[in-house]
Design a binder for this molecule. Structure first.
Ligand code: GLV
Ligand code: MN
Ligand code: MN
Length: 410
C-alpha cells in the first residue's frame, strides 16, 4: 500500500537534518546534506533499489525493469533547501517516488522499463549562487568552469566536492545519454495558491517560468557617520536601496513578471560607518523569455543611472539564466489520465518557481505534477500540505508510472 503517513513522517525525518537547531536549512555539500542523502539511500534500498551517491552528490536509486539495463523513467526532485525552509519543497517529490517504487516491490512487479529515483543535491543554488547543479550534471550541461564558483567563505564547488569525499574530475561521468532516459517526471508542492483556489489536490504543470540571477556590487566610499555631510557622501547601501526599489517598480510594470532582491550585504557593516561597498542579488522571472530579457536590460540601465547620480562604481555579473521550459504534451496527457483515473479534474497550471526539469529538459522530455500546499506558502517554515493530498499525489504518480508508455515517436 502507498502510505501517506510514511511519506509525511519521512519529510519530518529529513527536516531534522538542518544547520539550525530551530528551522530547516540544508545547503549543497554540507554535513547535513550528507546525512539526508544517507537516509534517502537507505529508503531507496528498502524499496528494492540499487542506490548510491553520484559524483556531484545526487542520491540515485535504480529499480530494474523486466530485464536489467533497460532505459529508465526518472522520477524525483531535490534534497537541498533554502534558508529557514519548509520541509516539503523538493523532499516530497523524492519521498513520494520512493513510496511508488516500494509499492511495486511489495507486489513483486517489474515494468517494461527501469525506474530511477533521484534526490538532486542542489536545486536551490543557495550556497554557490548558481543553481540546478545536480540536474545540470546529469543533463550534461554543467560547464566545468562552474565548479570554480565560490560560497560566502570562499570555498569553491570543486573544493567542497573534495571535502565531501567526491572527485570533481568525475563530475562529467554523471551525465546520462538521451537513450538511457525515457522521461523525467517530478512531483512537487505547488508553492502557490492556484490549486487551493480551484479546490483541487493536484495539477499538471504546463511550463516552468524562466529566470535570470544577477550579482551586483556597488562601491562608494566608507566614512564617518557623524562627520561626513550628507551631500558629500557616496553611500553604497543607500544606492542599493534605490536599486532595490527600481527592481520592484520595473517588475510591477509588467504583468506576469516578478523581480526580487533577496540577499544584501553591506560593508563594513557598522552602525557609525557609511557603507562603502554593497553586494546584492537580483532574481527576475517571467513566463515570457523576451519580457524577462527586457526587464533585465532595464534593471541594468537603472543600476547604471543610480550609480552615476551617486558617484558609485558598479559591477553586474550574470550568475545564471534559463529560458522558460515547456512540459512535453505526451507526458502531460499521461499525467492527466492518471489524475482523471483518481476521479479528479485535470487542471493545467504554470510554475512560477524553478525546478530541476529546467535542466533535465536538455536530455529528456519533462513533466511535473503539483500537489496543493496550504495558502500557497513556500520558502517559509510555515509551508504545509495535508496527509490526504500527499496520498493523492503519490497515487497519481504511481498510476502514471505504472501505466507509463514511452513516446515512440522520439
Ligand atoms: C527554487 O525553488 C526557485 O524557484 O528558486
Ligand atoms: Mn525551492
Ligand atoms: Mn523545489
Amino acid at each position: 500500500m502507498l502510505d501517506p503517513s510514511r511519506i509525511m513522517q519521512r519529510c519530518d525525518a529529513l527536516a531534522r537534518h538542518s544547520e539550525l537547531s530551530q528551522g530547516l536549512t540544508r545547503v549543497f555539500l554540507s554535513p547535513q546534506s550528507r546525512a539526508a542523502g544517507e537516509l534517502v539511500l537507505g529508503w531507496m534500498r528498502e524499496a528494492g533499489m540499487q542506490a548510491r551517491l553520484d559524483a556531484i552528490g545526487n542520491a540515485l536509486g535504480r529499480y530494474e525493469g523486466e530485464r536489467p539495463g533497460l532505459p529508465c523513467l526518472m522520477l524525483g526532485s531535490h534534497l537541498d533547501t533554502v534558508r529557514d525552509a519548509g520541509k516539503y519543497d523538493g523532499m516530497l517529490g523524492v519521498i513520494s517516488a520512493i513510496e511508488c517504487v516500494d509499492h511495486l516491490r511489495a507486489q513483486g512487479r517489474k515494468l517494461p522499463f527501469a525506474i530511477e529515483v533521484v534526490g538532486f543535491g542542489d536545486e536551490e543554488g543557495v550556497r554557490f549562487g548558481t543553481t540546478l547543479l545536480g540536474s545540470r550534471a546529469i543533463a550534461g550541461t554543467l560547464d566545468p568552469k562552474v565548479l570554480e564558483a565560490r560560497d560566502a567563505n570562499g570555498v569553491s564547488i570543486a573544493q567542497a566536492l573534495r571535502e565531501f569525499g567526491l572527485d570533481p574530475e568525475k563530475v562529467h561521468a554523471v551525465r546520462k545519454r538521451r537513450d538511457e532516459l525515457l522521461a523525467y517526471v517530478e512531483l512537487h508542492i505547488e508553492q502557490g495558491p492556484v490549486l487551493e483556489a480551484e479546490g483541487l489536490p493536484v495539477g499538471v504543470v504546463s511550463a516552468i517560468n524562466g529566470f535570470s540571477r544577477l550579482r551586483v556590487t556597488l562601491r562608494g566610499e566608507a566614512g564617518h557617520a557623524g562627520t561626513v555631510p550628507m551631500k558629500q557622501r557616496r553611500d553604497a547601501l543607500a544606492a542599493a536601496a534605490e536599486c532595490t526599489l527600481a527592481v520592484e517598480r520595473l517588475a510591477r510594470a509588467q504583468p506576469g513578471l516578478v523581480g526580487t532582491v533577496g540577499r544584501i550585504e553591506a560593508k563594513p557593516g557598522a552602525i557609525n560607518v557609511i557603507p562603502g561597498e554593497v553586494q546584492f542579488s537580483v532574481d527576475v522571472r517571467s513566463p515570457e523569455d523576451a519580457a524577462r530579457e527586457q526587464a533585465v536590460a532595464a534593471v541594468r540601465t537603472e543600476i547604471a543611472l543610480i550609480s552615476e547620480n551617486r558617484k558609485i562604481r558598479f559591477e553586474i555579473e550574470t550568475l545564471q539564466e534559463l529560458g522558460s521550459s515547456a512540459c512535453a504534451h505526451w507526458l502531460m496527457g499521461q499525467l492527466e489520465q492518471a489524475v482523471r483515473a483518481e476521479g479528479l479534474r485535470a487542471l493545467r497550471l504554470a510554475s512560477g518557481a524553478g525546478h530541476d526539469g529546467m535542466a533535465m529538459k536538455a536530455v529528456a522530455d519533462i513533466a511535473m505534477l503539483f500537489v496543493r500546499c496550504k495558502a500557497g506558502v513556500s520558502h517559509n517554515p510555515a509551508e504545509a500540505i495535508s496527509n490526504e493530498d500527499a496520498g493523492t499525489g503519490a497515487r497519481v504518480l504511481y498510476r502514471f508510472m505504472h501505466d507509463f508508455r514511452p513516446d515512440l515517436s522520439a
